[in-house]
Design a protein around this ligand. Structure first.
Ligand code: PLP
Length: 355
């Protein structure tokens, strides 16, 4: 606290990112980073960008990257917005599309940045409970008496559960008067993107990131696809905030990542295969794991406290995420690592459980 702070700053409750410990030799399964390296084409593009051109400002519109994304998803370039990580894209969406008189609805168990943006921008955020089995219940959003906009991740985080596209379409059709933002940070690990519905529903904005399925959390690139009018709202905010959110390296590296379909397909298939193997191995140890369409699993052990398990794993240099939050305090969110990391996790759990 300081006398120099604005009233707004004094009232904020900032987001707390997962730990990024400086120690090496850690098995780091706490922030859903991809265990595989970025595309070699990205690394080459980054090297090619390091030089005299860094004197100059980057393209404020990131046209090359928007073109690559538009080509990949078969949409128009004016249906694409890019930002400094999808967190920035989401922030602009909160201010430009989700702030209304009526409340913004999102799940009670979801990405913990949503309430933070509500606090920052003075948005009335209201939570809608997931079902007993942690599923998003579309009827609850259709029936809500007051609804100014809707946002949820699909697959949801930290549960990993996927909502089928038909359910999203039912929501879009049943609430044509409000914007629905689908945060698809993990969609490439097992779901169908709602981008296919963008041409049909002018109230849909799909947000994605290169942080997870493209192994580029360190480059900070995210994007949104939606009707041109929704994209224009995001551009108006962006151009009132920072004209150059993506630097030259980010534009070059991200464009190469989107263009390298082969590397993308290989690495995501590897993560999906490891996930299914890990779920089976965890089941053999007595864990209940929710069905996951993400690059993480959400699991609990009926006989062991999740906080104690997380601490015991940490003592063995394995870091997973444990949320001290109502309804999920007995669950661990575990990122899918490479084969060696998954094996280390299973071996440590076997030792801890005495199995
Ligand atoms: C990781 C994540 C993001 C943010 O990704 P960045 O692009 O790295 O900012 C957004 N939404 C959800 C649900 C996430 O898990």
């Amino acid at each position: 606290m300081s006398q120099f702070w604005s009233a707004l700053v004094a009232g904020l409750t900032p987001y707390v990112p997962g730990e990024q410990p400086k120690l090496s030799n850690l098995v780091k399964l706490n922030t859903n980073e991809n265990p595989y390296p970025p595309s070699p084409r990205t690394l080459a593009a980054l090297r090619g960008e390091v030089g005299d051109s860094l004197r100059l400002y980057p393209d404020p519109n990131s046209d090359r990257l928007k073109t690559a994304i538009a080509d990949y998803y078969q949409v128009d370039r004016d249906q694409v917005f890019v930002g400094n990580g999808s967190d920035e894209v989401l922030a602009h969406a909160f201010l430009g599309l989700l702030k209304h008189e009526a409340p913004l609805l999102f799940p009670d168990i979801s990405y913990s940045f949503y309430p933070v943006y509500c606090g920052l921008y003075g948005i009335d955020g209201q939570t809608v409970p997931l079902t007993e089995s942690f599923e998003i219940e579309i009827d609850a959003y259709l029936k809500a008496p007051a609804c100014g906009a809707i946002i949820f991740p699909n697959p949801n985080a930290p549960t990993g559960r996927l909502l089928p596209l038909v359910e999203i379409e039912r929501l879009l059709a049943g609430r044509p008067d409000v914007v629905v933002v689908v945060d698809e940070a993990y969609i490439d690990f097992g779901g169908d993107t709602a981008i296919a519905l963008v041409g049909k529903y002018p109230n849909l904005l799909v947000v994605q990131t290169l942080s997870k399925s493209r192994s580029l959390a360190g480059l900070r690139v995210g994007f949104a696809v939606g009707d041109a009018a929704l994209i224009e709202a995001l551009e108006r905010i962006k151009n009132s905030f920072n004209s150059y959110p993506l630097d030259r390296l980010a534009i070059a590296g991200a464009t190469a990542a989107i263009e390298d379909r082969e590397h993308f397909e290989l690495t995501r298939a590897a993560v999906i295969a490891s996930r299914e193997r890990l779920i089976a191995e965890m089941a053999a140890l007595g864990f209940d794991t929710l069905p996951s369409a993400a690059n993480f699993i959400f699991a609990r052990h009926p006989g062991h406290d999740a906080g104690e398990l997380a601490a015991a794993l940490r003592a063995r240099s394995i870091i997973v995420r444990h949320f001290r939050q109502d309804r999920i305090e007995q669950y661990l969110r575990i990122t899918i690592g490479d084969d060696a990391q998954c094996a280390a996790l299973v071996a440590a759990l076997r030792e801890i459980l005495g199995a």
